[in-house]
Design a protein around this ligand. Structure first.
Ligand SMILES: [Zn+2]
Length: 222
């Protein structure tokens, strides 16, 4: 059995949402209405994130990247989770709506290889411009920015089972296409509303407990 784990970054691997944390530090007054509009669904994630990074001068990038690295707190048990997946022969893909400058430093410290899908910044102009990793394919109308279900469709081969790990609204479309979900925060409410096969988690140790228990509910769905 081929199993692929699709794991979110912000609010999942990292305890906080780094894009919002950066914006609230560097451009709080201008960014807050955009953050709220995205949260309320009045603006798409793609449009909101592009607008917010346009607020930041490219010349401040090193300062922003250093701030992000200093303020990243990794959820407990992440290394053990990646190790357990590797032992089972499961491939892990970190699929993040965030950016390489704060995702890569966390992932590169791991001893087990993982795939990374995230975004980059174009710093060639006076202001930061978003270069999206994987935009929505024809099957998605969400204007997601980095589109998680589109990544899953690229990886699907008809035999692969998908496990999604996440916390937020951008993980929900991926969760709908998954065989099993590990969810916290807002995603947990959404998957429970839809009665999707799922387990809650607080730390990655909670997930390790489930995947190392061959009799767990997870294995009824793979
Ligand atoms: Zn999409």
């Amino acid at each position: 059995m081929n199993v692929r784990v699709i794991c979110d970054f912000d609010g999942t691997i990292a305890e906080k949402d780094m894009i919002a944390t950066i914006m609230r530090e560097f451009v709080p007054d201008e960014a807050e209405p955009i953050i709220q509009a995205v949260y309320r669904g009045e603006k798409t994630v793609r449009a909101g994130v592009e607008e917010m990074f346009q607020l930041l001068p490219s010349a401040r990038f090193e300062e922003i990247a250093a701030f992000a690295r200093r303020n990243t707190v990794v959820r407990p048990g992440f290394q053990e989770f990646i190790h357990s997946c590797g032992q089972l022969g499961w491939k892990v893909a970190i699929v993040s709506g965030g950016f390489d400058f704060f995702v890569h430093p966390v992932i590169h410290s791991l001893s087990t290889p993982v795939d990374i899908y995230c975004n980059q910044l174009d710093l060639s102009g006076p202001r930061c411009r978003v270069k999206w990793g994987v935009l929505c394919d024809d099957a998605c109308t969400g204007d997601c920015g980095l589109c998680k279900p589109s990544v899953m469709r690229q990886l699907a081969d008809g035999q692969t089972r998908f496990i999604v790990v996440g916390d937020g609204v951008t993980d929900f479309k991926a969760a709908l296409e998954a065989d099993y979900v590990f969810a916290r925060a807002r995603l947990l409410d959404l998957v429970r509303d839809q009665a999707l096969p799922a387990s809650p988690f607080d730390t990655f140790y909670d997930i390790v407990d489930v995947i190392e228990d061959g009799g767990s509910n997870l294995y009824a769905h793979l």
